[in-house]
Design a protein around this ligand. Structure first.
Ligand code: KG4
Ligand code: ZN
Length: 351
């Protein structure tokens, strides 16, 4: 039942999760249904784009019906349809975007297009209603490692970003060379708990003094070299120690650069976002660092860190408040950057 609430239904299909959510007043989750394809892709050691698209097509109707059902609302009661047309896998994005447009057209509802990374950041607003811009966001996902100043709900400034691999990409690559399988990030998180992070130290790359950029591409080579050397010397490898050492080196850099970004920008609030935000070591070290320097820290529950549609609904809710609606010509943008993406989507929006 609507009960005078503002209802946003959103769809998310950027990678291998088919997700639909219904959010009330931009922060009360009425439903957040996620159909994961992890088991389908595991045998291939990673996401196969074509298979992901096919599964979205197969699952979308069911997930959509389940989301409305669980929320106990009808499509007619929904105020707008949100979707993230990029960035992500082209075929996967097409499925969700076409579905969102079809629903918007059939039910005569406004359509709101949001940037996938904007949605990851906005996930924090769901559980922390007191949180408002401005704040600094550390975004760590499979494709992004960015320090973003959120000046307003729809105005971002990039303070730093990775020059090569994203943090999640590094986790996935290192998990593969360690034979931990897919999905790599959660496997390293799990295995590292039994390891000693100081047993096998890896290099921390800070780049130039005061730089807020990141570089994680060398770390996979560091792990491969270590594994080769151990093999040549006839020594065994303690996978738990290597996973713990690798994880610690990535987390140390993320935490230090986030602290530097706060200092350089003057922001007193830090928000963590993206799939890697569910990493237990990162959460723990960031909490300790923020406690030490008096920074307010916001971290979403793990279910809101990895891809989900509640975060898209939250971002869509705030965009519709600004009167920014998309039309049925909305296309997908697989490579939509966070630097220019918000403005690009706004240019395609109308009041
Ligand atoms: O945000 P997300 O779900 O998708 C993208 O937008 O990219 O992030 C996925 C990334 C993957 O690289 C995955 O390995 C990583 O997040 N990840 C983790 C953990 N859970 C997911 N990395 C480290 N520790 C975790 N617990
Ligand atoms: Zn994501």
């Amino acid at each position: 039942m609507k009960d005078g609430k503002h209802l946003t239904l959103a769809i998310e299909t950027s990678c291998d999760e088919t997700a639909v959510a219904v959010l009330a007043d931009g922060r009360i989750i009425l439903s957040n249904v996620i159909s994961s394809q992890i088991d389908v892709h595991r045998v291939f050691g990673g996401v196969v784009p074509e298979i992901a698209s096919r599964h979205h097509l197969k699952n979308l109707n069911l997930v959509f019906a389940a989301a409305l059902d669980e929320a106990e609302v009808s499509l007619q009661e929904i105020d707008e349809i949100g979707v993230a047309p990029g960035p992500g896998l082209a075929g996967a994005l097409l499925m969700g975007t076409a579905f969102a447009k079809a629903v918007a057209f059939a039910a005569q509802k406004p359509l709101v297009a949001v940037h996938h990374i904007q949605a990851h950041i906005m996930a924090n607003l769901i559980e922390h209603p007191e949180l408002r811009p401005p704040f600094m966001a550390l975004v760590v996902s499979g494709g992004h490692t960015h320090l973003i100043g959120v000046e307003e709900y729809n105005r971002f400034r990039i303070w730093g970003k990775t020059r090569d691999d994203a943090a999640g990409e590094a986790f996935d690559k290192v998990a593969r060379v360690l034979g931990l399988g897919y999905p790599g990030g959660p496997r390293i998180d799990e295995v590292a708990r039994q390891g000693d992070p100081d047993a096998v130290p890896f290099k921390r790359v800070y780049l130039e003094k005061d730089s807020l950029d990141f570089s994680f591409s060398g770390i996979k080579t560091g792990v491969i070299n270590y594994l080769h050397t151990q093999k040549q010397r006839g020594h065994s490898v303690n996978v738990q120690d290597v996973a713990a050492g690798f994880q610690m080196s990535v987390v140390d850099v993320l935490v230090d650069k986030a602290a530097m970004a706060l200092e350089q920008s003057g922001y007193r609030r830090l928000v963590l976002a993206g799939g890697v935000a569910s990493n237990s070591m990162l959460r723990e070290k960031l909490r300790a660092a923020c406690k030490r320097n008096g920074t307010e820290l916001y971290i979403p529950s793990p279910i809101l860190c990895t891809d989900n549609a509640a975060m898209v609904a939250c971002a869509a809710y705030h965009k519709q408040r600004l009167g920014l609606f998309a039309d049925l010509y909305l296309d997908v943008w697989p490579g939509l950057s966070i630097e220019t993406g918000l403005a690009l989507l706004d240019a395609k929006s109308h009041n």
